[in-house]
Design a protein around this ligand. Structure first.
Ligand code: NAP
Length: 311
């Protein structure tokens, strides 16, 4: 029987692990499909306190993991498929590999995954010119035009990063102004290599004879006109969906978009003993530092819950 199982290895998960490990609870972390979470798909993180020169996303995550392991955190790479509360108040977690884990508490820190547009051929195009990760794939498209879809900080960050490689970056946004923070928006709008395409939606991905991205079809909602942009790669940056699909049988309440609901000024869910932290529960702030802070809160809440139940 574990004291605490932490599901997820982003900023929230590792911070929960550091705190529960230092409280001598010997946490077990179950890592899912994208170990390290979303920061592994980022380059320079310039706003995490303590790094005035910035820090590379994957490096930051590796350092958090090392810090958690230094205090006795164990890690298994096994995807959780269900969480159930048992009659004795403890939890059984089942994984894709068919393993069962038992724990007194659970911290859900599974983050959120990038959204796609829902166009018919996108599944086949992933890896053939369609991606959500400029850091991972940008360097594969040197000296060719590419598209970024979206108008938030992610889209701007991706567009700015891609100018290192691409000959031109079209930023296709459905409105006529960016949602991104002013500093990011200014950076993008003053970059000669980035061409904003306002009031526009990508309505089709067009392929070449080998099934690779050749162009996108764009509908301008202001003029009603359709056009094509010849590009070799499309980077989709239109937000995220929380990774809560595995909670179906857990009894944990989620909101209409699937985010775990936290009770009041705490990280507890409606199911006693299950806590949540980070982007899986937060669609408002969604920052590395807020996820880390929430991970700390979940660890303290789990620690107190265990202490209270063990008298
Ligand atoms: P976001 O702020 O929710 O922006 C998503 C963008 O995609 C919006 O511009 C939205 O358009 C557009 N969009 C959504 N659904 C769409 C669809 N179906 N078709 C076309 N466009 C669609 O998401 P985000 O950029 O991923 O940022 C999430 C959070 O992380 C934010 O709080 C952001 O500040 C933060 N973040 C921070 C940094 C940083 O500080 N370095 C970097 C990345 C992200 P509308 O504007 O019309 O709604």
């Amino acid at each position: 029987m574990e004291n605490v199982i932490i599901i997820g290895t982003g900023c929230a998960g590792w911070t929960s692990a550091i705190y529960t490990a230092r409280a001598n609870l010997k946490p077990l972390v179950l890592a899912g499909e994208q170990p390290g979470g979303q920061l592994t798909t980022t380059t320079d993180v310039e706003n995490f306190p303590g790094f005035p020169e910035g820090v590379i996303g994957p490096d930051l995550m590796m350092r958090m993991q090392q810090q958690a392991e230094k205090f006795g955190t164990r890690v298994e790479y096994d995807m959780v498929t269900s969480v159930e509360k048992n009659a004795d108040g403890n939890f059984t977690l089942t994984t894709a590999a068919g393993n069962n884990y038992h724990s007194k508490t659970v911290i859900i820190a599974t983050g959120a995954s990038p959204r796609h547009l829902g166009l018919p051929n996108e599944k086949e195009l992933i890896g053939r010119g369609l991606t959500s990760c400029a850091t991972c794939d940008g360097a594969f498209y040197p000296d060719v035009p590419v598209v970024v879809i979206g108008g938030g900080d992610s889209a701007c960050e991706e567009a700015d990063f891609l100018t290192r490689f691409a000959s031109k970056v079209y930023l296709v946004h459905r409105r006529d102004q960016l949602r991104a923070s002013k500093i990011m928006a200014d950076r993008v709008l003053s970059n000669d290599k980035i061409e904003p395409v306002w009031n526009s939606r990508v309505t089709d991905y067009l392929t070449d004879g080998e099934g690779h991205m050749r162009a996108v079809k764009v509908h301008n909602t202001a003029s009603g006109e359709d056009s094509e942009l010849e590009v070799k790669c499309v980077f989709v940056a239109i937000g995220h969906d929380p990774n809560t699909g595995f909670l179906g049988g857990s009894g944990v309440d989620v909101d209409e978009n699937g985010y775990v609901l936290q009770a009041g000024h705490s990280t507890t869910s409606n199911v006693e003993g299950i806590f949540s932290a980070g982007d899986v529960a937060d669609h408002v702030y969604r920052q590395a530092i807020t996820a880390a802070g929430n991970g700390c809160q979940a660890a303290l809440d789990a620690e107190r819950y265990i202490a209270a139940n063990e008298g």
